[in-house]
Design a binder for this molecule. Structure first.
Ligand SMILES: Cc1cc2nc3c(=O)[nH]c(=O)nc-3n(C[C@H](O)[C@H](O)[C@H](O)COP(=O)(O)OP(=O)(O)OC[C@H]3O[C@@H](n4cnc5c(N)ncnc54)[C@H](O)[C@@H]3O)c2cc1C
Length: 366
């Protein structure tokens, strides 16, 4: 296998004082850190780095089998050198070798809108065309971060990896808003994918983009991320409209013999959509019927009246919904599931009254 390779020499007043915490930090993030003949070796996600200190500098050589791995390792080294450099000292970093020119991050694609279809009154399916989509075609990681440029910008600006290996974000007035969405359908050969957007009140950049979208508009996409479909004897799915695209994609890929139950909270009967699912999985729509999204206990009430598993096979509980319901479902799962054989993934997809940025900051602080 041909390996890609890049190197840099970073002038530092005391390189050993930067290398030490850098290694400790990467070790905490599951990197394999070792030392051979005075050279520090780091293995991370299939890529490798060799770091050595010389008089007044840290020399780094990184290798990986693909550009994504190479840029990931360059970023890991460069960002931690900046982090652990002495206060007031800004290291100058310039990589030579493969991937040295400024470029879009390897997990980033620019997508162009090809169609927009109103699936239901509050759900809009937008189809995009993009290049080289193979990495996004996986049930292991269903979600992406969308980079939505401010409206009216003649030429969108995207985050770029600079010659220093660090991510350069566009200036604030051109900076895209970042929102998490789910790939609902993907066709790598055709270079297309579809994302279902909830159109909601108090629209932020995500919902507003979906409402105003025009054929030819461009957005950025990075990922994929999150956890995907698990193998289990039986399934219990709970979702509101925001979790419905992920649920629908998983249901469509369950083995034909799968059994279980899917509970989906929606505004009313007009929001129902046809779903492909195995005959052993039943689907129950729960209508808010006039109540605001995120204000009801429909999902948790339905869960409370279910028979939880006894001696049968393993159960996988998957839930994606508004924050309040998420907390209650997670608490119920922790009480009622059998940790030795059951598994669960319960995620808050949005929080009523606050934007995605605030919601993400709260999750991080929790
Ligand atoms: C892993 C993951 C995958 C997701 N996949 C999808 C998907 O495929 N499709 C999808 O539509 N959403 C999805 N979401 C949810 C979506 O990211 C949030 O709803 C996000 O807040 C929408 O961004 P916005 O810019 O429209 O609103 P924001 O700027 O984030 O928020 C503005 C206001 O709108 C409110 N708000 C946000 N979402 C809703 C809503 N659904 N209903 C009512 N009010 C709301 C907020 O509370 C806030 O008051 C996903 C979230 C996660 C974490």
């Amino acid at each position: 296998m041909t390996m890609l390779r890049a190197e840099t020499r970073i002038a530092l007043p005391d390189p050993a004082a930067v290398l030490r915490p850098l290694c400790e930090h990467l070790r905490e993030h599951e990197a394999e850190v070792g030392e051979v003949d005075g050279v520090t070796t780091i293995g991370l996600d299939g890529s490798r780095a060799e770091l050595r200190t010389v008089a007044g500098a840290l020399v780094a050589v990184v290798e990986a089998s693909d550009l994504a791995g190479l840029q990931g390792m360059k970023l890991a080294v460069a960002s931690h050198v900046v982090e652990f450099a002495p206060q007031g000292f800004a290291p100058t970093i310039r990589w030579s070798g493969d991937g040295a020119e400024p470029m879009l991050p390897p997990d980033f694609r620019v997508l162009m809108v090809t169609t927009a279809e109103q699936l239901t009154p509050h759900m809009r399916r937008i189809r995009f065309r993009g290049e080289d989509l193979a990495r996004y075609d996986t049930l292991e990681a269903l979600h992406v971060r969308l980079f939505i440029p401010p409206p009216g910008l003649p030429e969108p600006a995207w985050p770029m990896i600079g010659a220093d290996g660090l991510l350069q974000t566009p200036p604030p007035e051109q900076r895209p808003a970042i929102r998490k969405y789910t790939i609902r359908e993907i066709d790598v050969a055709a270079g297309t994918l579809a994302i279902d957007f909830v159109l909601h009140d108090d629209a932020g950049p995500g919902s507003a983009f979906a409402a105003r979208v025009q054929v030819g508009d461009r957005i950025g996409m990075a990922g994929p991320g999150g956890r995907g479909l698990k193998q289990a004897a039986r399934y219990l799915f709970l979702a509101d409209e925001t979790g419905l695209p992920a649920l629908a994609r998983m249901l469509g890929h369950l083995p034909a013999g799968a059994t279980g139950l899917a509970l989906v909270e929606i505004a009313d009967a007009a929001e129902r959509q046809p779903l492909v699912l195995p005959s052993g999985v039943s689907l129950r729509w729960l209508h808010r019927d006039g109540a605001a999204p995120g204000s009801t206990s429909l999902l948790t009430d339905a869960l409370a009246t279910l028979d939880w598993p006894a001696g049968e096979g393993s159960l996988y509980l998957w839930a994606a919904c508004e924050h309040t319901a998420f907390r209650e479902i997670r608490a119920a799962a922790r009480q009622s599931l059998r940790p030795e054989i059951d598994a669960h993934l319960v995620v808050s997809y949005w929080r009523a009254g606050i934007s995605e940025e605030q919601h993400a900051a709260e999750k991080k602080a929790a």
